[in-house]
Design a protein around this ligand. Structure first.
Ligand SMILES: *Cc1c(COP(=O)(O)O)cnc(C)c1O
Length: 480
């Protein structure tokens, strides 16, 4: 019975067959310009799967059947359905926060699916849970933490939910406050948790106003302050150092939502003031960072970190259904989510192995390129007679208004440019901002509406640095 072959080996043969056929399909498409896949990737995946397979050689043969031809047909149809997406992977996609995963993440994720571990408990994913714990250690070190409690989560929303749930348990009945430009998830999460929430006004840079935070703290019922380190709309970094200073006179828990901006602390190109905010993160109580935003991961990878591991006791439950079999820490014991993809941990581990989270390293260099791309883009727009960029980008997000006589016209023009640019395969995003904020940067626009639709470009790809000149040219052409 015992056979060297098993389902994985058969699956590899199937991939080879299907890959060969797809290859043929592609070739018959003649010189159809560049493709989004690098064929070497598929070869690397097969080699990795063969190594994976070798680990299960002692198992008796077991090969679940599937109809290769039918699967191929369905997959080709599925790929065709996928055409109705913007080309997120391409530098001319300069709109929303979308960054392609690194090849190593994509391949490690795919490879792990032949085992499909579940990081809820060690029994469901022993190797991938160990990888997750190693990733957490490295992510914690990036913020100067030696032994945080933490784990991966479905995304920044789930990770923030846990951080605010812990905050609410430690400060029952007290308010959570976060900036007006904080991710909208905070007001929604607090509603789910039944915690009162107050939004704090921002300054002309889009950062939370410290005087307003202090005023709210003086009222005495604030339990937790959320600082956003790189807000989603503008990329502005809240004044972490000054808010930490308020702890001398007030007691509150401090949570940093660094879902978007967390990794930028590794950059050399930050300005000194922003760098100081990152340096202060070591003093906050919890941090959320999204490896699926700037950490080169496929979606489904957020992370929450707690500086004080003793908050783990808050997660205690008495469920008889779980299958915690050993005294070692099962990540399901410190996570609100139960089943979680081991694949996410495998992909992140492989990525951090290839591109360690080091200052001046290759990973940091890629982020520096994004920062420089945004600054160049902002300067180019500053010299344009068609556009007015708002605040200089603190990270890699640039927001700009279209010059017009009135704010309502500026909004209409922004929507037109958005459409025209898309026709030229330049993909932008739109953002609604308060008229006062926009007029701070474009005082000549007459206010006849409460908000202004602006254009927004998140220049997340390192390649944006090389492409920025082309982006500006396409943008100007789209506005004619
Ligand atoms: C993206 C983002 C979130 C939400 O995270 P998801 O991964 O989309 O669930 C929360 N906060 C900030 C600052 C973000 O940028």
């Amino acid at each position: 019975m015992a056979s060297k072959k098993n389902g994985t080996a058969r699956a590899i043969r199937s991939i080879r067959g299907v890959y060969g056929k797809l290859h043929g399909v592609r070739n018959s498409n003649a010189e159809a310009s560049q493709t989004i896949i690098n064929r070497r990737e598929i070869e690397i995946l097969i080699a990795a799967l063969e190594t994976l397979d070798a680990g299960y050689r002692d198992m008796p043969d077991f090969n679940p059947e599937f109809d290769v031809e039918k699967v191929q047909d369905v997959l080709v149809e599925t790929a065709t359905r996928m055409h109705d997406n913007y080309p997120y992977y391409h530098p001319q996609y300069a709109g929303q926060m979308l960054k392609p995963p690194h090849a190593v993440a994509r391949l490690a994720y795919a490879m792990s699916l032949w085992v499909n571990p579940n990081n809820h408990a060690l029994d469901g994913g022993r190797a991938s849970s160990a990888m997750e714990k190693e990733c957490i250690v490295d992510l914690g070190r990036m913020f100067g933490w030696d032994s945080p409690l933490g784990h991966l989560a479905g995304g920044g929303t789930m990770a923030n939910l846990e951080a605010l749930w812990v905050a609410g348990r430690l400060h029952p009945g007290k308010r959570v406050i976060a900036s007006e430009q904080a991710h909208y998830t905070h007001s929604r999460i607090t509603e789910v948790l039944g915690i009162p929430f107050t939004a704090v006004p921002t300054d002309t840079y889009g950062r939370m106003r410290v005087d307003e935070v202090e005023r709210l703290l003086d009222e005495g019922d604030v339990g937790t302050v959320v600082v956003t380190v790189g807000n989603t709309g503008l990329g502005a970094v809240d004044p972490v150092t000054e808010i930490i200073g308020l702890r001398e006179t007030h007691e509150f828990r401090l949570h940093a939502d660094a879902a978007y901006g967390g990794y930028f602390g590794l950059c050399s190109a930050l300005d000194a003031e922003t760098r100081a905010q990152y340096g202060a993160l070591t003093h906050v109580d919890s941090i959320v960072i999204d490896p699926h935003k700037h950490g080169l991961q496929p979606y489904g990878c957020g992370c929450v970190l707690f500086r004080d591991p003793s908050v783990g006791t808050l997660y205690k439950h008495g469920s008889p259904y779980t299958y915690f079999s050993s005294a070692d820490l099962h990540l399901g014991e410190i996570s609100l989510e139960c089943s979680r993809p081991g694949a996410s941990a495998v992909a992140l581990w492989a990525t951090q192995k290839l591109l360690p989270l080091e200052r001046h390293g290759e990973f940091a260099h890629g982020l520096d390129q994004s920062l420089r791309a945004a600054r160049t883009f902002w300067h180019d727009l500053h010299n344009s007679s068609t556009f007015t960029p708002l605040m200089p980008p603190e990270l890699d997000i640039v927001v700009y208004a279209v010059n017009s006589d009135t704010t309502s016209l500026a909004s209409q023009r922004a929507r037109e440019v958005f459409e025209k640019a898309a026709e030229r395969e330049l993909h932008l995003a739109l953002m609604e901002l308060p008229t006062d904020l926009v007029r701070h940067y474009a005082p000549d626009i007459e206010a006849d509406s409460e908000t202004v639709t602006c254009l927004r470009s998140v220049l997340m790809k390192p390649e944006h640095e090389e492409w920025v000149e082309r982006l500006t040219a396409l943008l100007e052409a789209s506005a004619q």
